[in-house]
Design a protein around this ligand. Structure first.
Ligand code: OXD
Ligand code: MN
Length: 589
């Protein structure tokens, strides 16, 4: 892109930003520097360039206007947790939950990689704002990248460009994110975080969570560090408004690990047997939660778009998303039909002709779409987009919901006894791994608060911080745990999931209103059968009983496993959590 396509000038940037851009340019030596203004014209130009270079393919304009396909390097299709580091001064501050490298060593390594790496390329300077531009809770950053794909995705995923630059000039501080595709060589790939200096450096990957630095790197790992210092929470949570037939809306925030259905839940369509209910999307992946002036906990979604998992999306599982991604969407690593429409496993229509690597489709060589193929789309295209999603103060939260993918053990839903017990429930979360990160799929691992890959500091300190929220928020939300993924002995899911999950959410909000009945058990409060709306669901009684059962012997074993996991945090483990675990054990006796 030439300077002619550029409508903000570096002169508008604060001196600290200009100096940093000059330093980066002198190290990386790009052919051109482009300051992104965030305009639609600029987005169109980026797309034109990528079509010309082959980085994007145009999809069938009759069926999918404004849609493009990007094929990534086959070695670069997911987050790389083993190559992601927190580089705090003290190793203990990063904790056993993070890879750690000393900042000086990490800088030496990264400086060598970045040296001259943008030669022959354009360097894009992307000012962005995480959160509504006029929100006191929003925070800004600047990403420098040599990837036009990243620049175009940042336009869809964040409030990016001139407005963000103006806010940065007023704020005085911003997160510095430096990214280069490098050679896309897995042997020369690192995602480094320097929380004390608010810096991120990412080299060698173009994949979403590794390269769109506003998302996991800034809005979770760096913001989490700031949130701890300032008394708020940066969480891997969707936020939705649930409106009941009386027109009352409760907002809830739900933490589920990657690729466990957060986008689907955020865009849920109520079942026909629940007329008058509506679900409004505030966010599908990240929530920043602040103690509000009225004593409640308030949430904003720092993002402005969705980077959603594509496979499995169809008219039955998520009709809204299916319609939403038929226009103005960037697809990454899906297959193609013979007439150039995107195709993925579970689409329930059409046939694949070409796979995600551009080869003629052959089931013997794997799926047509990569299991972690993604769509990037502006949140404004969501027909359920909440009118409150842009409110500067955010939305008040009635309930926090934790959930994992567990074929056994965890019942459909339970409620923690109180905040402290709820923190243990979150800390003890476990889930089967998915294709969102490289590594084995389907292995149960501890994923506290769905933050295992994203907590930018020691989990022991993180839990202590969660516990301290009880002192800052007089009207605390209820804490719940759900599991949509229980299976029977033959491996079939017991619960239908998707839109039917609203039945569980309705119980949760009625519980928060003090209306729904529950039975106390050792692990928490479980719905009485008649307090959960099951009418219109053809589920055998025995299945419902199993979904709501607590197997005490299994939970005793689970408590032992939680104990040995928490012990790994040594002296940083809060005494209150140890006490909660002992109380759980006593209740399970
Ligand atoms: C995501 C993830 O992309 O969690 O949201 O991996
Ligand atoms: Mn996520």
């Amino acid at each position: 892109m030439t300077a002619a396509g550029q409508s903000i000038s570096p002169a508008q940037a604060p001196p600290a930003l200009r100096r940093w851009v000059e330093q980066v340019a002198s190290r990386t030596r790009p052919d051109r520097v482009h300051w992104c203004d965030g305009s639609d014209a600029e987005y169109r130009l980026l797309i034109q360039q990528m079509l010309a270079s082959g980085e994007l393919l145009k999809l069938n304009p009759a069926t999918h206007p404004g849609c493009y396909l990007h094929r990534s390097n086959p070695s670069d299709v997911a987050r790389v947790e083993n190559l992601t580091f927190v580089c705090s001064e003290s190793r203990e501050d990063a904790g056993p939950n993070n890879n750690w490298m000393a900042p000086a060593e990490a800088h030496r390594k990264m400086d060598a990689l970045f040296d001259g790496c943008m030669h022959g390329r354009t360097m894009y300077v992307i000012p962005y704002c995480m959160g509504p531009i006029d929100s006191p809770y929003a925070r800004c950053g600047v990403e420098i990248t040599d990837s036009a794909y990243v620049a175009a995705n940042m336009k869809l995923m964040t409030r990016m460009g001139a407005e963000a630059l103006a806010r940065i000039a007023g704020d005085g501080s911003f997160v510095k994110g430096l990214h280069s595709l490098g050679e896309l060589d897995p042997g020369r790939r690192f995602i480094m975080h320097f929380p004390e200096s608010l810096e991120i450096q990412s080299y060698g990957s173009g994949y979403g969570g590794n390269a769109l630095l506003g998302k996991k790197c800034h809005a979770l790992r760096i913001a989490g560090w700031q949130a701890r210092q300032e008394g708020w929470l940066a969480e891997h949570m969707l936020v939705v408004g649930i409106e009941n037939p009386a027109g009352v809306t409760h907002y809830i925030a739900c933490a589920f690990p990657s690729a466990c259905g957060k986008t689907n839940l955020a865009m849920l369509i109520p079942p026909s047997s629940m007329p008058g209910w509506r679900v409004w999307t505030v966010g599908d992946d990240i929530a920043w939660l602040h103690p509000g002036p009225d004593g409640r906990l308030w949430a904003i979604n720092p993002e402005a778009g969705y980077f959603g998992v594509v496979p499995g999306t169809n008219v039955k599982t998520n009709r809204q998303a299916f319609e939403m991604i038929r226009r103005d969407t960037i697809f990454t690593n899906v297959g193609l039909t013979a007439d150039n429409q995107p195709w993925w496993e579970g689409i329930d229509e059409g046939k694949p002709a070409i796979d995600w690597q551009g080869r003629p489709y052959d089931p013997a060589t794997g799926p047509a779409a990569h299991p972690n193929s993604r769509f990037t789309v502006s949140a404004r295209q969501n027909p359920n987009y909440s009118p409150m999603a842009d409110a500067p103060q955010g939305v008040p939260i009635s309930a926090l919901v934790f959930g994992g993918r567990r074929s056994t053990l965890a019942p459909l839903v339970f409620q923690a006894h109180d905040w402290q017990h709820g923190v243990l429930v979150g800390a003890a979360m476990a889930s089967e791994t998915t294709a969102a990160a490289t590594g084995d799929v389907g292995v149960v691992r501890r994923d506290p608060m769905a933050m295992k890959p994203f907590a930018g500091y020691n989990f022991g300190d993180y839990w202590q911080h969660w516990l301290s929220i009880a002192r800052r928020v007089p009207q605390l939300p209820g804490i719940f745990h759900v599991n949509w993924f229980r299976r029977d002995a033959s491996g079939r899911f017991l619960w239908p999931g998707y839109g039917e999950n609203l039945r569980v959410l309705a119980w949760i909000i009625e519980r928060c209103e003090g209306r729904a009945a529950a039975d106390e058990t050792a692990i928490g409060a479980i719905p009485r059968r008649d307090s959960i709306k099951l009418a219109g669901l053809d589920l055998p009684d025995a299945t419902i009983a199993e979904l709501l059962s607590v197997d005490v012997a299994q939970w005793r074993r689970e408590a032992d496993e939680i104990d040995s996991y928490l012990a790994g945090f040594g002296s940083r483990l809060p005494a209150e959590l140890r006490g909660e675990l002992e109380s759980l054990r006593a209740r399970l006796k």
